[in-house]
Design a protein around this ligand. Sequence first.
Ligand SMILES: NC(=O)c1ccc[n+]([C@@H]2O[C@H](COP(=O)([O-])OP(=O)(O)OC[C@H]3O[C@@H](n4cnc5c(N)ncnc54)[C@H](OP(=O)(O)O)[C@@H]3O)[C@@H](O)[C@H]2O)c1
Length: 271
Amino acid sequence: MSLDKVAENGLVLLGCGKMGSAMLAGWLKRGLPATSVWVLDPHPSDWLNSTGVHVNAGLPEAPAVALIAVKPQMMGDALPGLQAFGNSETLYLSVAAGTPIAAFEAAFGAESPVIRAMPNTPAAIGRGITAIIGNAHAGSGALDLAEALLSAVGQVVRLEDEGQIDAVTGVSGSGPAYVFHLIETLAAAGEAQGLEPELAMQLAKATVAGAGALAEEAEEDPSQLRVNVTSPNGTTQAALEVLMDEQTGFPPLLKRAVKAAADRGRELANG
Ligand SMILES: NC(=O)c1ccc[n+]([C@@H]2O[C@H](COP(=O)([O-])OP(=O)(O)OC[C@H]3O[C@@H](n4cnc5c(N)ncnc54)[C@H](OP(=O)(O)O)[C@@H]3O)[C@@H](O)[C@H]2O)c1
């Protein structure tokens, strides 16, 4: 699916902060004409003004997509600006965490095609992963279009139902922060073993980045990759006995962490 439909009929982007800018940069890089994009944002950045897109200007009558990338707490102020496209062919695509599809149906009309997406911050460097789920009016064409737009900032996966989005938030949405904390604590543990802070941090960052890239590229699954580097009674095994402990290691810890994030997502969605 290409972005031709968007180039032809236009895209309205509501909110051009971190996530909105990352996506816009990706679309422009992929050849979407700047003149096909209308951005609404109260404080446009210098970068945004330099792109040649329409900024806070009169909107097209029937854009292919209205993309919502404002913070959930700004939603009430921001959504009325997109109401004119309700109950039509215009696809509403939201990347806002915690705002359910029903809230957009209530704001724009129950006949509106709506797709909810959960991206993550590596989108800023084109290495994100976004999960999408649509309402009954978002057919396969709408899902393909959302996937084409979001694949400008990384991988895209499709969900079966909206209830899965809180688990996705717990794994990939919030996940980058867990990995940043892994890097911090791995570096600190290196310092505790006598390394200089800068060196420990360089080792920790490169190890997480390199292992992540290897896990994505290798044919073996991560558990096999782990086994491959674990010699009996060696150094890795000594550490893994700590980390893989069923009572105190990663398994119960990450289970609790992901559950806490998913529970919080459900709480936020229920207001
Ligand atoms: N960052 C992520 O990795 C990530 C991951 C998953 C989901 N998301 C979701 O993506 C959405 C955007 O997050 P973000 O990190 O990009 O936030 P952000 O950087 O704060 O961007 C939000 C943008 O919306 C603008 N805005 C505020 N009120 C507006 C209005 N009434 N009309 C139009 N624009 C308005 C803000 O302008 P001002 O700054 O001038 O107020 C800002 O430029 C959130 O809903 C978040 O849940 C983000």
